[in-house]
Structures are given as structure tokens and as C-alpha cells.
Design a protein around this ligand. Structure first.
Ligand code: DGL
Length: 275
């Protein structure tokens, strides 16, 4: 590996970003990746703007120190609450040559291609919903679309605790689906605006009218990253290509390894990162 090159960093508050890494690796298998899950401090979804920003910046700086030139925030909450400040205020000071990309834009820039009714729903954490990032970003690309949001504060805890397939999950899925769908009968497309939610996708689909399109972010983020690397050959040249994957967690590694395989689709062996 050229010493000026480094792996692509993928960050999430916990396990959810692994559903994105899985798709990125499928789309771009040759690159090296470091995944960092801040499980020790998850969930982020109910935390304040300042806390999410502070935690996210700390993890991004760690990934930079591990050699990453490019970091993907595979977390909607971090993208909603920390990305802009990191891009505009911190990167020019830390290293203007490094890049941090978020997960909200790859979805918002294509959502209009799916909706015929021009009414789109978004499921997200309380943090993502109160930030209004989805309505603001969708408006930039598709001003004719009306966005309806639903916070789902119980979904991340269900997933983080391995309860995503339980009857308890059915109760909270039906509850939030109902609360979104009563906002308008015209909703024909729904964004799963949290990287933990793909584990609940089958249950969510079953709870929705069959004609509603459900958009999962992993494949969209992977395509968007591939496009970014094509448009930015100078950044692609800084990303090493040895097919390596490393996994770090800020909590217990044995627990992480047990859970992570479900999200990533392959067995995972992690190392502990002390922040
Ligand atoms: N996976 C994160 C997201 O996409 C949220 C999980 C959390 O609340 O920490 O928003």
C-alpha cells in the first residue's frame, strides 16, 4: 500500500452502518475499509445536537488518524446533526484535503424518481426528524414533493437488542407505520431514514399497503459513493485497494462480533477502540 493511500472509513453510532458497508463492499469490493461503530455511546438518535456533533467529530478524527482520507457517515442522525459543521468548520482546520460524506443526500437526490403522487414519507430517529434534514434536502432537488415524517424512537433499541424479529417489534412497527400513514393517504414512497431499519424491513413492508415503495439506503449510498469516486479520481487515488476490511467498536468486541454478522451478512472480528 502506498503510504499516502488509506482505507475508506465508514462510521455509525452502532451496528446500522454495517447494512450500508455491506452494499458498499458489494459495489466496490477492491477498496480497503475501516468500520467504526460507536456502540459504547449508542443510540445517538435521542441525543442533543451538540452531543451528536462532538461524538461524530471525535470518531471522524480517529478514522483520519487511522489513515482514512475519505469517511462516509453511514448514520442519518450524525449526517443530520454533524455533517455540515464538520465539512464547513472542521475540515478546513483539520485537513482541507480530506473528505466526509453523509448518507442523507444519496437518498434525497433520487427520491423524486420513485414517487408518482409527489408525497413521500420518512421514518427516522427523533434526532433526524427534528433536524428537518429530509424535508430541507428533498425540497432542494424536488420542490414539488410534500414530505411527511415519523420519528420511531423504539426501532433502534429493538434492533440494537436483537429484538427485531419479535412480537414486540410487530407492535412498534404497526404503531409508527399507522402514525405516518394517517398523515396523508397519498404517500406512495417511504424512505427508511435510519441505517438500523433495514433489519426491520420485511416487517415494515408487511405492515404497509403493497403499492407503497420502501427505499432502503444501503444500495443508494453504495451507488452514490461509486459515482463520487468516479467524479473525483484524485480522491479515488488516495483510497487503497487491497480488499481489506477492519472493524472497530467502542464497546465489548465479543458482543459486537455476535451482532455485527447479522447486519453485515458475514462473520465479523472486531477490535476495541478506546476514545
Ligand atoms: N443508525 C443511525 C441512523 O442512521 C441511528 C442509530 C442511533 O440512534 O444511534 O440514524
Amino acid at each position: 500500500m502506498n503510504s499516502k493511500q488509506g482505507p475508506i472509513g465508514v462510521f455509525d453510532s452502532g451496528y446500522g452502518g454495517l447494512t450500508v458497508l455491506r452494499e458498499i463492499v458489494r459495489e466496490l469490493p477492491d477498496y480497503d475499509y475501516i468500520y467504526l461503530g460507536d456502540n459504547g455511546r449508542a443510540p445517538y438518535g435521542s441525543r442533543s445536537f451538540e452531543t451528536v456533533y462532538h461524538y461524530t467529530l471525535e470518531c471522524v478524527q480517529h478514522l483520519f488518524r487511522m489513515g482514512c482520507h475519505l469517511v462516509v457517515l453511514a448514520c442519518n442522525t450524525a449526517s443530520a446533526k454533524a455533517l455540515r459543521t464538520i465539512q464547513q468548520n472542521d475540515l478546513p482546520r483539520i485537513d482541507p484535503e480530506r473528505r466526509v460524506l453523509g448518507i442523507i443526500r444519496p437518498t434525497t437526490e433520487i427520491v423524486g424518481d420513485y414517487s408518482r403522487s409527489r408525497e413521500v414519507g420518512v421514518f427516522g430517529t427523533a434526532g433526524t426528524v427534528t433536524s428537518d434534514s429530509y424535508p430541507i434536502e428533498i425540497e432542494k432537488f424536488f420542490p414539488d414533493i410534500q414530505v411527511y415524517q415519523q420519528a420511531c424512537p423504539m426501532w433502534v433499541p429493538l434492533v440494537e437488542n436483537g429484538e427485531y424479529d419479535s412480537e414486540g417489534a410487530d407492535f412498534f412497527i404497526n404503531k409508527y407505520v399507522r402514525q405516518l400513514m394517517v398523515q396523508s393517504e397519498g404517500i406512495d414512497t417511504i424512505v427508511l431514514g435510519c441505517t438500523h431499519y433495514p433489519l426491520l424491513e420485511d416487517k415494515i413492508r408487511r405492515s404497509l399497503p403493497p403499492e407503497v415503495t420502501l427505499l432502503s439506503q444501503g444500495p443508494l449510498a453504495a451507488k452514490s459513493l461509486a459515482g463520487y469516486l468516479q467524479r473525483h479520481p484524485e480522491m479515488a487515488a488516495k483510497c487503497s485497494r487491497g480488499g481489506n476490511r477492519e472493524f472497530y467498536t467502542t464497546d465489548d468486541t465479543a458482543t459486537f462480533d455476535r451482532q455485527a454478522g447479522i447486519f453485515y451478512g458475514h462473520p465479523v472480528q472486531s477490535r476495541r477502540l478506546t476514545l
